[in-house]
Structures are given as structure tokens and as C-alpha cells.
Design a protein around this ligand. Structure first.
Ligand code: ADP
Ligand code: MG
Length: 390
């Protein structure tokens, strides 16, 4: 009974959110690791959880707990499948012709890649959402006798919708790029060529020259993502040897025509951002420092854009970084956007003052600032999402 009430509450809540059209924000706190555990201060637990949408963080310095409310909060015991369950309706939205964006934000080591990509034994949102996309496609094809062709849409000026239709194939298109040192690279066709992002008159953006790959089944997309992963720039620092210092964006486009109906064009961006920590803590210098500053530049540009959208400023500084240009229609435009903020559960990572107390491999002090950022992002009103037709 209690479960039913909770589900109904959630359904109504989602309905309101859909009407309001705000950025949805989930928070996921990962399990504590042995290094962190060894340094935990006895007493108050660092993270506490209420209902399924509140997180309370205890600040050892201030001896107080600050509570935050989000659209959904996942505690350390949450499974990949639970996170997916909450994001699942977005897959239907893509095939209905909406723009969808899911992005992971948080300090290095907080669980972004685990949540988005995940280990192959227990994959994250990328695989699960895309699998759902193909599942719905097959379901619609069969049960409703709807002519369902997923076809390529033009992102670069060299690919046209007409070509796609002429081939009469059934696929979606996947592309993947990363933003690294404010340079956009095509991860599926690595070359020295620098790509640029262009804002179009209709508010969308395009990256001329970015390669597009036709996909007709889940495996095709996963193969693309896999080879892109191998091409992704990874520089090791003393923060986390596997720390990825670039943002990565996987985009899948779909186009489907229902019998006697319009053709709907959907798009999903799956984004794994670089770590949100400050440069000072990473101990990098030289080339590494340049990278860190650039990561900072685009992430702080992201913060500025969100700040500006919340304040409803007439001018939003999208052009300050490539990342914000690429995210323009996901942040201020016609999109259903979900931000997943990842956090460490350790006291060490709670807030700035604890920085330097310990020398762990993780950058400290990001949990509070990540959650404050997430709270602001939750106030961003998107334009009412519309179905795109060809
Ligand atoms: P990020 O991408 O934010 O730098 P990762 O996703 O690589 O962080 O996570 C850091 C480490 O913590 C990895 O070893 C990862 O397997 C582990 N981890 C993160 N989130 C979870 C989780 N929810 N459950 C189990 N392990 C996790
Ligand atoms: Mg990562």
C-alpha cells in the first residue's frame, strides 16, 4: 500500500515536472572505498537519505547536516538497474521525436563513468537506454503494424536525409566526439583534423565534419562506443590514474515514420563530463595544467550558463566554451534533460576546509559544491520540449 502511494506520488511529480519542463536532477552516491573508509571520522554518518529524493550531508567542520532535495536520490546500495528504471521513459521520448540529454557531473572518482558506461558485467545507462530504444522499436514494428524505419539524420552538411531514404535502410546514427583542451575530436574517425561547433539559426548546433555511422542494432552502437572509448584521451595524474580529463558525448539519432503519419526525428546525447574538481588540487603542471584549465573553462562556462538561465538573463553565454555550445539545446532549448550528479560518500570529500587534511588519491571537497551546483541546475526551465518532425 505504502509502495502504491509512493508510486502515485512519483507519477504526479513526474507529470508536474514534464509540464514545468525543468532540468531533472538525480544524485547518486557511490559506495565508500577502502581508502576512504580508513579515514572516516567516527560519529555522524557523512551521508544520510530520506524518502527517495533527499540527501543530507554532514559537514564535520561545521558539525551540521545540510539537506538537499532532488528529483531522485540513489544511495550507495542502489543498483544500475534502479538508476535505469528512473531514466527509462526517456527512451520512448527519443523515438517519439524529442531531444533527450543525459549527463553525468561530479568530481573525478565519483562514479560518472560507472553510471554512464559501467562495467560490461553490469552496464550503465548508455547500454541500458540504447537497448530500450531498440526494444521499443521492435515492439512498435511488430504489435502495431507501424512502418518503422530508423534512418539517419544530417548532422554534418555532407550527409542528407534524402540519401538515407534512398537506401531505405533501418538504422539510427551514432556519433561520438570528445571535447579536450577546447578541441573537438571525432572519436570514431580519429585524425588531426580540428572540428568546430556551429550554432544554427534554429538554436541547434552542428559539428561539420563529424563522422556519422549507421547502426541497426544495439551491438552496432556498442561497438561504436567501444572503439571511441579506446580513442578517448586519458592523462594520468595523482588524482586518479584512470581519470579521464575530457568530456565525451555520444549522440544517437533516430528517424521513424509511422504509417500515414509524420516522420519523427529524435536525438539522444549521452554525456560523461570531465571531473569537476579545481586545478589546484590535482597537482598537475605543464601540459597537465593546461588541460586542467581548459576543463575548468568549459565546466565553469557550464556553471555560468546554468546561473544565467536560472536568473533568466536575456543573454546566456553559450559561446564561452565548446561544451556549452554543444549543450545549448539541451540546457536552454527544446530538450528533456537529465543531469546525474555523482558523489563520493566520504567525509574527506564533503567540503573545501577538509582539503589537505589527508592525502588521498582523490581530489577533496567537491561533494557540497557538486550538490549546490545540482540544486541550481534543478531551477533551470527548459523550453517546452516539442516533437521534431522531418
Ligand atoms: P568517475 O568517472 O566519476 O571518475 P568512476 O565511475 O570511474 O568515476 O568511479 C570510480 C571508482 O568507483 C571505479 O572503480 C568504479 O568502479 C567505482 N564505482 C563508482 N560508482 C560505483 C557504484 N555505484 N557501485 C560500485 N562501484 C562504483
Ligand atoms: Mg570517468
Amino acid at each position: 500500500e505504502k509502495y502504491k502511494v509512493a508510486m502515485e506520488r512519483k507519477r504526479l511529480h513526474n507529470l508536474v515536472l514534464d509540464l514545468k519542463g525543468n532540468i531533472r536532477v538525480f544524485v547518486r552516491v557511490r559506495p565508500i572505498n577502502p581508502k576512504e573508509q580508513a579515514h572516516e571520522v567516527p560519529g555522524e554518518p557523512t551521508c544520510d537519505f530520506k524518502d527517495d529524493n533527499q540527501a543530507g550531508i554532514f559537514d564535520e567542520q561545521k558539525q551540521s547536516r545540510k539537506w538537499y532535495e532532488f528529483d531522485q536520490v540513489f544511495s550507495p546500495s542502489s543498483m544500475q538497474a534502479q538508476v535505469f528504471e528512473e531514466a527509462k521513459p526517456l527512451a520512448t521520448s527519443v523515438l517519439d521525436g524529442f531531444n533527450v540529454c543525459i549527463f553525468a557531473y561530479g568530481q573525478t572518482g565519483s562514479g560518472k563513468t560507472h553510471t554512464m558506461a559501467g562495467p560490461s558485467s553490469d552496464p550503465g545507462l548508455n547500454t541500458r537506454v540504447l537497448r530500450e530504444l531498440f526494444r521499443i522499436r521492435d515492439e512498435r514494428k511488430g504489435e502495431y503494424d507501424i512502418k518503422f524505419s530508423m534512418s539517419v539524420t544530417a548532422r554534418s552538411p555532407t550527409t542528407s536525409t534524402h540519401e538515407a531514404e534512398a537506401h531505405g535502410r533501418r538504422w539510427a546514427r551514432a556519433d561520438r566526439s570528445e571535447i579536450y583542451n577546447e578541441i573537438i575530436r571525432d572519436l570514431l574517425a580519429p585524425s588531426a583534423k580540428k572540428l568546430d561547433v556551429k550554432l544554427n539559426a534554429d538554436g541547434s548546433c552542428s559539428v561539420p565534419g563529424l563522422s556519422a555511422h549507421d547502426v541497426s542494432k544495439l551491438d552496432d552502437v556498442l561497438t561504436c562506443i567501444d572503439s571511441a572509448q579506446k580513442n578517448r584521451a586519458v592523462a594520468s595524474t595523482d588524482m586518479n590514474s584512470e581519470s579521464s580529463r575530457s568530456h565525451s558525448i555520444v549522440t544517437v539519432r533516430t528517424e521513424n515514420t509511422f504509417k500515414g503519419d509524420k516522420t519523427y526525428v529524435g536525438k539522444i546525447n549521452l554525456i560523461d563530463l570531465a571531473g569537476s574538481e579545481n586545478t589546484g588540487k590535482s597537482g598537475v603542471s605543464g601540459q597537465g595544467m593546461k588541460e586542467a584549465q581548459n576543463i575548468n573553462k568549459s565546466l565553469s562556462a557550464l556553471g555560468d550558463v546554468i546561473q544565467s538561465l536560472v536568473a533568466r538573463n536575456p543573454h546566456t553565454p553559450y559561446r564561452n566554451s565548446k561544451l556549452t555550445m554543444m549543450l545549448k539545446d539541451s540546457l536552454g532549448g527544446n530538450s528533456k534533460t537529465l543531469m546525474i550528479v555523482c558523489c563520493s560518500p566520504a567525509q574527506y570529500n564533503v567540503s573545501e576546509p577538509s582539503r589537505g587534511r589527508l592525502s588521498l588519491y582523490l581530489p577533496a571537497g567537491e561533494t557540497m559544491s557538486s550538490l549546490n551546483f545540482a540544486s541550481r541546475a534543478r531551477n533551470v526551465e527548459l523550453g517546452k520540449a516539442k516533437r521534431n518532425t522531418a
